[in-house]
Design a binder for this molecule. Structure first.
Ligand SMILES: *[C@@H]1O[C@H](CO)[C@@H](O)[C@H](O)[C@H]1NC(C)=O
Ligand SMILES: *[C@@H]1O[C@H](CO)[C@@H](O)[C@H](O)[C@H]1NC(C)=O
Ligand SMILES: *[C@@H]1O[C@H](CO)[C@@H](O)[C@H](O)[C@H]1NC(C)=O
Ligand SMILES: *[C@@H]1O[C@H](CO)[C@@H](O)[C@H](O)[C@H]1NC(C)=O
Ligand SMILES: *[C@@H]1O[C@H](CO)[C@@H](O)[C@H](O)[C@H]1NC(C)=O
Length: 680
């Protein structure tokens, strides 16, 4: 014991030392050091947290007397929180016995909650920067408001961090039963005692037991587990398909993936990633959806006889359930199991999970059903098909509203998204398929693959709309679904914009900048029919007429370019190739003039049976030359582009003599006529 008199000097020295230490620890702070308690009392945005803290005896005690780290959700976070707030919840936000600034946090933090469950710390790289965002479970750390260091009345150091979501521990359904920090296996075993709303996971548990796969759910470290709820086990043959490998496909070893800190689209290897079978899993969200519905997709890259390749998508119905060895997400159906048709897939997100009406393809489903559902009947009867399914976001386009009133047009547009064969991404890549027939008469789809390093993104163009495949390869028993980001066949850009953005039309775009020829093409009040030579067409011209081509592509001779392009353009009217053909079959004198000349063009459609010598499709004939319309009917908001395989160009078109500008004499005597097929 030390009496005051005896030890006064030593105590004083100690005090000076202690003050000195505090000053050393926080040299920037001139004012007396605040405690975390004072800080909480003073911050009106943390009042809810402080209130709960004081109400719990253990938490209050820790605040007053212990070394500790606090994770305080803002008042706004508590307002958004839908779950029950009982007096224990606060303990899941406290790590007692440690005071850690953010840089000192390791991968887990042990909390004061029943059973001392861990919090999981994720550091997420921010874009291409060196900066990292920090997450505690699914909550984001508000770094600027964190790292508050204080000492309490016992001189114990404490740290306060602020987070933007309430942390939700695993809780039991009643206060009588306790679920003290179970691992995923314990979670499965005791699922009836855990608060999961209306969800049950008995069927999956049964399959795990039957396959003796409990060990997978006991694995230490941090893992991610996907557990399908009971509703997802219909139709009847499905439960048997949940075998050992499928169970492995529901576990991502070594990664604890809460939804928010996990980048969408990134592929993670599952336990079913071996020499024989390779299954990866990725997350995605529906950005247009206010509740940011989350999905998980398994991708069986390499399968076997009972595990088909392809993607299976499931909605996450209850996310971010923390367990001792990681995190559990409940999903609406099992991954990897391919046992539904395309039709059933489209329907599968409707009403299976109660109250949830919005699936990833909900809008497409609505459009189909609003127009009589015939399209659904059509795909139901198909043995083999590929559906390019526009995402919900794709339908949020103002240009669509008018078109959706026109029944026949909608039917045609829907059919444009359908191909009567199975086309997984790998087939399109390996067989280098660049064009297929859609189910809409005379409407082809055109593919292109964009490569960024190892990433391969497929684009598909139909009726002038260039869409990107955002989720390829969803597998169904009778076909494949690729989710795309735009509705095909519904134009969204002007003729000018299309020209400017289509990489295959760059050369014509370049020429069209001559004397501002292209500006008119953006006028929304005009209508155009534009025969656009693709880049390959100009390359062909270069071979045949090198000097003409050279002059054309010299900036000094811009007027030539303009004149040549005017020969390709009909102003004030937009004709599809079918309309042009019909028109000229009926009355040859009803021919529309191009800007520059009266063109003598014959339109012919060659069908497959006749096409032995060349490609089937529309041709135009000009000055005795037969030119394939390689991409007809590229619809734009103010007209139609027909992409052609040769430029309407002759060697005599461009000549340069002492300042005479203009086209050659041949041009001026050209007759203009668009004639129809039979005379071809
Ligand atoms: C919290 O602790 C303080 C200081 O010990 C005490 O005055 C207060 O009564 C406690 N609050 C509750 C609700 O126990
Ligand atoms: C490939 O895609 C992944 C996931 O979308 C992305 O994180 C990565 O940056 C991409 N790589 C390249 C080279 O584009
Ligand atoms: C669609 O857009 C992509 C990306 O710009 C491009 O690579 C592709 O060639 C386009 N497809 C068509 C048919 O224009
Ligand atoms: C487009 O074509 C012009 C003219 O041939 C050429 O100079 C330019 O580099 C091309 N641009 C692209 C992106 O290919
Ligand atoms: C053909 O079209 C021209 C121009 O529109 C018109 O004057 C003529 O009467 C039409 N002929 C027939 C037979 O319809």
């Amino acid at each position: 014991m030390c009496r005051l008199k005896k030890c006064g000097g030593a105590a004083k020295t100690l005090l000076v030392l202690a003050v000195g230490l505090v000053l050393v620890a926080q040299p920037a702070l001139g004012a007396p050091r605040k405690s975390v308690k004072q800080k909480l009392q003073e911050d009106p945005e943390l009042s809810q947290f402080y209130l709960l803290l004081e109400q719990n005896v253990l938490a209050n005690f820790t605040l007053n007397f212990h070394k500790a780290t606090f994770f305080a959700p803002t008042n706004e976070a508590f307002q958004r929180f839908k779950g029950p707030v009982d007096d224990k919840l606060i303990l899941y936000h406290i790590a007692s016995g440690v005071s850690q600034t953010l840089d000192k946090l390791s991968d887990t933090v042990t909390t004061s909650y029943d059973g001392s469950p861990p919090l999981w710390v994720t550091r997420l790289q921010k874009g291409n920067t060196n900066k990292k965002e920090l997450f505690i479970n699914n909550a984001k750390v508000l770094e600027k408001r964190s790292n508050f260091q204080g000492v309490n009345s016992q001189n114990s150091p404490q740290v306060l961090h602020v987070i933007d979501e309430v942390l939700v521990p695993l809780t039991s359904v009643s206060t009588d039963t306790s679920v003290d920090n179970p691992d995923a296996a314990g979670f499965l075993a005791q699922s009836e005692s855990v608060q999961l709303g209306s969800h049950r996971v008995r069927s999956f548990r049964q399959r795990v037991n039957q396959n003796q796969k409990e060990a997978v759910f006991k694995a230490g470290g941090g893992n991610t587990f996907f557990i399908p709820v009971d509703e997802g086990f219909k139709p009847p043959p499905r439960p048997e398909k949940i075998d050992m490998k499928v169970i492995d496909g529901h576990v991502i070893p070594g990664r604890v993936l809460f939804i928010r800190p996990t980048p969408t689209g990134e592929e993670f290897d599952t336990l079913a990633f071996t020499d024989n079978i390779r299954v990866q899993v990725s997350f995605s969200t529906q950005p247009d959806d206010k509740s940011h519905r989350a999905y998980v997709s398994s991708n069986t890259v390499v399968g076997d006889t009972s595990h088909p390749t392809g993607v299976v998508m499931a909605e996450i119905v209850h996310a971010n359930i923390p367990v001792k060895n990681g995190v559990v997400h409940l999903i609406h159906r099992p991954l990897m199991v391919v046992d539904t048709t395309v039709t059933q897939f489209l329907q599968s997100f409707k009403g299976i999970v109660s109250e949830k009406e919005d699936g990833p393809l909900n809008k497409l489903y609505e459009v189909i059903m609003d127009h009589g559902g015939e399209f659904m009947t059509q795909i139901t009867n198909m043995k083999s098909l590929t559906l390019f399914a526009p995402s919900n976001a794709a339908w949020a386009n103002a240009n669509l509203n008018n078109i959706l009133q026109t029944k026949d047009k909608v039917k045609e547009i829907l059919r444009m998204h359908l191909v009567a064969e199975k086309l997984p991404l790998e087939t399109i890549l390996s067989e280098n398929i660049i064009q297929v027939e859609s189910a809409a008469a005379r409407k082809n789809l055109y593919f292109n693959v964009i490569r960024h390093g190892h990433n391969e993104t497929l684009t598909v163009e139909g009726g002038g709309v260039n869409a990107t495949v955002v989720q390829p390869n969803i597998a169904a028993t009778n076909g494949i679904v690729h989710i795309i980001d735009r509705v095909l066949g519904i134009p969204y850009s002007t003729v000018g914009e299309k020209l400017a953005t289509d990489p295959a039309l760059n050369k014509t775009f370049w020429l069209a900048q001559s004397e501002r020829f292209n500006e008119q093409l953006n006028n929304p009040h005009k209508r155009f029919t534009f025969f656009v030579p693709r880049d390959a067409a100009w390359e062909k011209a270069e071979l045949h007429y090198p000097s003409t081509h050279k002059k054309l592509f010299m900036r000094d001779f811009q007027y030539h370019a303009k004149s040549i392009l005017e020969r390709h353009l009909i102003v004030d009217q937009a004709f599809t190739m079918a309309e042009l053909k019909d028109l000229f079959q009926r009355n040859e004198s009803a021919v529309p003039h191009t800007v520059r000349d009266v063109l003598h063009i014959k339109v012919k459609e060659i069908d497959k049976t006749e096409a032995e010598t060349g490609e089937a499709g529309y041709y135009i004939e000009w000055q005795g030359e037969r030119i394939l319309v390689s991409r007809p009917d590229v619809e734009c908001t103010n007209g139609i582009i027909h992409v052609i395989d040769s430029a309407l160009l002759r060697d005599t078109d461009v000549y340069v003599t002492g300042g005479v500008r203009g086209l050659g004499p041949v041009m001026s005597v050209l007759t203009l006529l668009l004639a129809a097929t039979l005379a071809f």
